[in-house]
Design a protein around this ligand. Structure first.
Ligand SMILES: NC(=O)c1ccc[n+]([C@@H]2O[C@H](COP(=O)([O-])OP(=O)(O)OC[C@H]3O[C@@H](n4cnc5c(N)ncnc54)[C@H](O)[C@@H]3O)[C@@H](O)[C@H]2O)c1
Length: 268
């Protein structure tokens, strides 16, 4: 593992109890940061904190991230316990299952947008004023390749992640001159417990789109998040960093055209 310097930094990681959030917490701690896990699953978050506590300072806030008052309270408590918030990783998310757009239940559709988009907005709203006062901040939003491509049978999830990309770009531009970088990553499918929320057909569909021929590991996503959360990330903001590539392998087309189309897929 390469060292990314997060020494002395305090990071909020939403959904840090398991999966990609847990891997991010581990990577951050190994890089010298203290971590505040904000998660609705108290038992798993406490278990994560007990395991990760060997690596550094870890605290837990049991937060429903769509509850504005709860998010504000978590920010206040984190500031009181850790003294500051340098980094916020908006990682918590749900898939809402799979179905065609016209079959998906409106309540499920709303819940996915609520958790995956409104939640990160509330977290940004809670931490940015503090970052503005301290003159330093790094925010990383965990979107998805689904937000760029629009996966069939996941319009709620794809729309929520496309919205998160939009939020990243807007906020990044608002804060561009304030030493607060706001970026997002768009991972391909990663074999976490989130897979239990999807149909096997959908998992197979996602797998078929990954040129690497395997799922991305949570640790690989965490490595990218760690760099985007570091002081070294000093000029990249309002950006979308892919953790895959939807390569077009069309041998019948002129190679320049294929290159152009592939570049458009990666365009922000
Ligand atoms: N796993 C993948 O294939 C994949 C791919 C691309 C992007 N992502 C995104 O990465 C992020 C993490 O995914 P994961 O696979 O680790 O998921 P996961 O389901 O394993 O973990 C999600 C965590 O978020 C927490 N959480 C969910 N809703 C919450 C809420 N309302 N309030 C507070 N906490 C809440 C859960 O308790 C859990 O600990 C998600 O945003 C997901 O959409 C995942």
């Amino acid at each position: 593992m390469n060292k990314v310097d997060l020494n002395g930094r305090v990071a909020v990681i939403t959904g840090g109890a398991r999966g990609i959030g847990y891997a991010t917490a581990e990577r951050f701690l190994k890089s010298g940061a203290s971590v505040a896990i904000w998660d609705i699953n108290e038992e798993r978050a406490q278990q994560a904190a007990a395991e990760l506590g060997k690596l550094g300072k870890v605290t837990v806030n049991t937060v429903e991230l769509t509850d504005e008052a709860a998010v504000q309270a978590a920010a206040a408590e984190t500031l009181s316990v850790h003294g500051k918030i340098d980094i916020a990783v908006n990682n918590a998310g749900i898939t809402g299952g799979n179905g065609t757009t016209w079959e998906l239940d409106p309540k499920v559709w709303f819940d996915v947008i609520n958790v995956n988009l409104y939640g990160p907005y509330l977290v940004c709203r809670a931490v940015v004023p503090h970052m503005l006062t301290s003159g330093y901040g790094r925010i990383v939003n965990i979107a998805s390749v689904a937000g760029k491509e629009g996966n069939p049978n996941a319009s709620h999830y794809s729309a929520s992640k496309a919205g998160l990309i939009g939020l990243t770009k807007s906020l990044g531009k608002e804060l561009a001159t304030k030493n607060i970088m706001v970026n997002c990553v768009t991972p391909a499918a990663s074999q976490t417990e989130q897979f239990a929320q999807m149909t096997q057909a959908h998992i197979d569909y996602m797998a078929s789109k990954i040129p690497m021929g395997r799922f991305v590991l949570p640790e690989e996503i965490a490595a990218m998040i760690a760099w985007l959360s570091s002081e070294d990330c000093s000029f990249t903001t309002a950006g979308v960093t892919a953790l895959t590539r939807m390569l077009l392998l069309a041998s019948s087309l002129p190679s320049d055209l294929v290159r152009l189309i592939n570049a458009a897929f990666d365009a922000e």
